[in-house]
Structure formats: structure tokens, C-alpha cells
Write a protein that binds this ligand. Structure first.
Ligand SMILES: Cc1cc2nc3c(=O)[nH]c(=O)nc-3n(C[C@H](O)[C@H](O)[C@H](O)COP(=O)(O)OP(=O)(O)OC[C@H]3O[C@@H](n4cnc5c(N)ncnc54)[C@H](O)[C@@H]3O)c2cc1C
Length: 496
């Protein structure tokens, strides 16, 4: 029989919602404490003058993960949400403005490769077969913790056999010659805060996720998914407290026994699930004197992902006749140097590396009639870069909008009627992310699998983490999986 617990969940990102719905459906008393005025975390949806802008995730894969949560609550996802498959998944532009449609269908993608480099088709087939095998092999490991080093070391013979210790770009380069095609086959780490030139190609399993389950858009935006999951959670008996920041964790010996809220109240708990950034939690929610030396050492040595500047903008005219698709990646010519600047040198790159989201191409309800809704995301260094964001953000925003106007969206600036920009400072101060990292801990080999924090805290009893900073990593499918792992761990522990 399961012992009913009082569980506090800090934050309301996808990792939190995945854990909270499972825990409440297992019969626990679950309360979510969210510091912001709306749920979702990085998936916060801004509503400005009739436009809706998804703050973060837009590429939705693995719809079965959502289905599972609705089923646990005795409901059907289709009654709440409509997912629309997108094809092409992405339109990728090179530095000359030529574009490549990245389709789900292999033949169609091969036709695209043939336009740029017919001799690379054979290599692409081998690459794809290997990526499919990697997906088959590694996918099960994304749904459980690596509880021992041995459990992690077991994967290494396979990693060596398949060469997946190589970086994504190097792995792609083994199979295709054309540089644009190499970039196209290796960009996926960027979706989770990794540099294609040093992220191990195990993370190519994202390619498998997309091939297996497709890339989807949810009508009403990703915010509609967040709202539906919150409804399901509350209808199942859970409580959400918005505008409620957790300021401290209560510790008794080595156990987390409750929370102190910023408004001064104290909440006693049996377990705490922290969806806030793991480094921020250890550094700011637990008094320094309570941190073991080894934990401090670890905190001082972790490497963090890049950050982002994101401009949400709505135009008073439609751009349906433009060259753009729903998901657009705009890569520069000096790609390798760009990545080095963002990820290693941590200085502002000269070129831009952009993702441009145009959801109103699929869903007119996201913008007022006759208008178009966009967001453009620019990869930038995290706050280790010591860039004076408050001083440069206006000029940087202008640089991006000018670039888009000159190359993709004619007369853009005179047609913008609503605009909101966030810089790395937003990730640091609004979302409490250490160093303003947009994707938490960087996905390197030394910070993956067993070497990434697991959901169950190694240092404090009854403390669990869900979200981008723990195994299996950043990205919505991964953080949803961390919520699943946490709920299973909590209930197993209390099986009596
Ligand atoms: C711009 C952008 C685009 C992205 N695009 C994609 C995409 O297309 N597809 C994809 O799969 N992934 C994407 N990602 C990555 C993905 O969004 C994240 O990895 C994922 O959403 C993170 O979820 P999480 O569970 O870690 O929680 P978060 O979303 O990080 O939420 C954490 C929550 O905790 C709250 N919190 C923190 N501290 C406290 C406290 N002390 N008290 C109370 N509340 C607190 C925060 O306010 C926040 O709401 C994107 C990320 C960004 C930034």
C-alpha cells in the first residue's frame, strides 16, 4: 500500500507538471508553488494586445507523453488539445539564404540533399540508420535513473562500437561531405543547449524522437498544453499557488522537511520536488553551511549551457508569402567560429545564429486577424561572458530585426505593433537560472547519464529534482521523463 504524502513541487515547468500529475494520481497531496503569475516556466505564454507568444518550447515531439498524463487522470488528451503534425519539420537557411526542407519522410529529405550534394545521399542513409539504432538503444535509458556508475558504464561498449562519443558534427562529417548538409544533420544539440561541435552524438537520439513520433504544433500554442495540464492536475485534486516564491528549504539533519515561502509562511512536507534550476536551488535555497564540501566542489565545476536573446513580435501584416515555414533555422557562414564564441569564448559573435518561429503560419488564432505572430531566438553566451546586457540589448535587438527585415521580412520594423524582448538576465532573474543558462547544465559526455545529477538528491533525503538540470536533460521530452522518474522513485520509496 502506498503511504499518502504531502508533497511540495517548486515551479511549474513541464518537468513539474509531469511529476505533479503522476503524484496526485497516485493519491498524494500535491501543491505546486510557482513564483511567476502564470505556470509553464520556460513555456510561459505571453499574451500581448491580442497576440499569444509561447515563451520557449515550440517543437513538440512524443505526444504519447502527454497522452499518458491525461490517461492517468482518466481523461483523453484529444478532448483538451489538438496536435497538428508539421512537415517539413524545419526549414534551414544557410548563410546565402538558400533553404533546405527537413522532412519526416526520408525520400523527400534525400531529394533536398540531392539539390545541394547528390553524392551525399548514400552517406545520409548510413547516418540515418545509425541514428535510428542509437534511438532504439538509448531511448530506454532516458526513462530511468542511472543509480550506479556500473549501470552507466554498461552503455560504453556500445558508445565505442558506434562512435557516438564523437561530436554530432564530427559524426555527421564521417558520413557526408557537403558542409551545409553536415550542419543540417548535426544541429539538434542546439535544441538542448549543446554545441554541435562538442556534444556527443548520443544526443542524436533527438533525431529518432522526431522520426518516430513526428514534430507537432498544439493549436493555441505550447501554452495551451500547459493550461490543459494544469486543469487536469487541479481537477485531480492538486493545488497550484502562483505568485508564490520558495525562499528556503527547511532541513532537519540531512532531510528536507519543508519550505519557507518568500511571504514568510512555512510549509511542512514529506517530500519536495524541485523544478527550479538545480544549481540555483543548492546555492540559494539551502544555507551554505548545510552544503557538503563535495557538493560545493561539484557546483563550482559544472559547465552551463548557452543563453538566448528572444524577441517576441507581432506584425500588422501577414507574411504568408515569405520564404518562411513554421520552424526556421537561419545559420551563418562562419558557423564553427560562431559556436566557439557562444559556447567556449563566451563573447558576442559577429554573425547571428537564429531560430525564427512563425506559428501563425499554422494557427491563425495565435494572432489578431490579418496579423502575424513571431519569435526570433538568438544564441548568445551565458552570463559567464560578462556581457553588459542592460546596456546592449536595444542595439542587439535592432541588429536582429534589421537582419530579418533585409533578408526575410520586408518592411518589418514599420509593421511591428507589439514587441517584447528577453535577454540572459531574464533567465537569471525571472526564472532563477544559474548564470542565465537557457538550458541549465550543458549536455557534454562528462555531464550526461550517471554524471548528470539524477532526480533523487544525492545529498539530501526527501529532495527530488525534475527538469533540464537532471538526467536525461533539457528539452520537453526529457524533462517530462524526469517527472516520470521522480514520481516512480517517490512512490517506490514509500511502498509499505
Ligand atoms: C526559448 C526556448 C526555446 C525552447 N524550445 C524548445 C523546443 O522547441 N522544444 C523542446 O523540447 N525544448 C525547448 N526548449 C527547452 C525546454 O523549454 C526546457 O528544457 C523545458 O521547458 C524546461 O522545463 P523544466 O521542467 O526544466 O522547467 P522550467 O521551464 O525551467 O520551469 C521552472 C519553473 O520553476 C520556477 N521557479 C524557479 N525557482 C522558483 C522558486 N524559488 N520558487 C517558485 N518557483 C520557482 C520558475 O519560475 C519556472 O516556472 C526551449 C527553451 C527555451 C528557453
Amino acid at each position: 500500500m502506498l503511504k499518502k504524502q504531502n508533497i511540495a513541487v517548486i515551479g511549474s515547468g513541464f518537468g513539474a507538471l509531469s511529476a505533479a500529475i503522476r503524484l496526485v494520481s497516485q493519491g498524494h497531496n500535491v501543491t505546486i508553488y510557482e513564483k511567476l503569475d502564470k505556470p509553464g516556466g520556460r513555456a510561459y505564454q505571453y499574451e500581448l494586445n491580442g497576440f499569444k507568444f509561447d515563451g520557449g518550447p515550440t517543437v513538440i515531439t512524443a505526444p504519447h507523453q502527454y497522452d499518458e498524463l491525461f490517461e492517468l487522470a482518466g481523461k483523453k488528451r484529444e478532448d483538451y488539445l489538438t496536435f497538428v503534425p508539421l512537415d517539413p519539420f524545419y526549414r534551414i537557411f544557410n548563410g546565402n539564404g538558400d533553404h533546405f526542407n527537413y522532412w519526416r519522410d526520408q525520400d523527400k529529405t534525400e531529394q533536398e540533399i540531392a539539390r545541394f550534394s547528390p553524392s551525399d545521399i548514400q552517406g545520409y542513409r548510413i547516418f540515418l540508420n545509425k541514428m535510428n539504432a542509437i534511438f532504439e538503444w538509448f531511448h530506454p535509458f532516458t526513462e530511468k535513473s542511472f543509480s550506479t556508475l556500473f549501470s552507466f558504464l554498461r552503455i560504453f561498449p556500445y558508445v565505442f562500437k558506434t562512435g557516438t562519443w564523437r561530436s554530432m558534427y564530427s559524426f555527421a562529417s564521417m558520413h557526408v561531405k557537403n558542409d551545409f548538409i553536415r550542419k543540417i544533420l548535426s544541429f539538434h544539440p542546439l535544441l538542448i543547449g549543446g554545441n554541435p561541435f562538442d556534444t556527443p552524438s548520443i544526443y542524436g537520439l533527438i533525431i529518432g524522437f522526431e522520426k518516430e513520433w513526428g514534430v507537432h504544433y498544439c493549436l493555441g500554442g505550447t501554452g495551451a498544453i500547459v493550461n490543459a495540464l494544469c486543469r487536469v492536475f487541479e481537477d485531480s485534486g492538486g493545488t497550484i499557488k502562483l505568485n508564490t516564491e520558495v525562499s528556503r528549504l527547511l532541513i532537519e539533519k540531512n532531510r528536507i522537511s519543508g519550505l519557507c515561502l518568500a511571504n514568510g509562511s512555512v510549509v511542512k512536507t514529506d517530500s519536495v520536488v524541485c523544478n527550479g534550476d538545480i544549481a540555483f536551488c543548492y546555492k540559494h535555497l539551502i544555507p551554505h553551511e548545510n552544503l557538503p564540501r563535495a557538493l560545493n566542489l561539484w557546483l563550482n565545476n559544472i559547465q552551463y549551457s548557452n543563453s538566448l536573446v528572444v524577441i517576441y513580435f507581432g506584425t500588422k501584416k501577414k507574411y504568408t508569402d515569405s520564404r518562411l515555414s513554421h520552424h526556421n533555422l537561419i545559420l551563418g557562414n562562419d558557423y564553427k567560429k560562431f559556436m566557439k564564441d557562444v559556447f567556449s569564448r563566451k563573447k558576442m559573435p559577429r554573425e547571428l545564429g537564429l531560430y525564427l518561429h512563425m506559428p501563425s503560419a499554422t494557427d491563425p488564432s495565435i494572432a489578431p486577424e490579418g496579423c502575424e505572430s513571431f519569435y526570433v531566438l538568438s544564441l548568445v553566451p551565458n552570463l559567464d561572458g560578462k556581457i553588459k546586457w542592460a546596456e546592449i540589448i536595444d542595439d542587439y535587438t535592432d541588429k536582429i530585426l534589421n537582419f530579418l527585415e533585409e533578408n526575410y521580412l520586408p518592411d518589418l520594423k514599420e509593421n511591428i505593433i507589439v514587441q517584447h524582448t528577453v535577454s540572459p538576465l531574464h533567465f537569471a532573474s525571472t526564472l532563477n537560472s544559474f548564470k542565465g543558462a537557457a538550458f541549465s547544465i550543458k549536455p557534454s559526455m562528462a555531464q550526461s547519464g550517471y554524471f548528470r545529477p539524477q532526480v533523487k538528491s544525492k545529498w539530501f533525503k526527501d529532495l527530488y529534482f525534475v527538469g533540464a538540470g537532471v538526467h536525461p536533460g533539457a528539452g520537453v521530452p526529457a524533462v517530462m521523463a524526469s517527472g516520470k522518474i521522480a514520481a516512480a522513485d517517490i512512490s517506490e520509496i514509500n511502498q509499505i
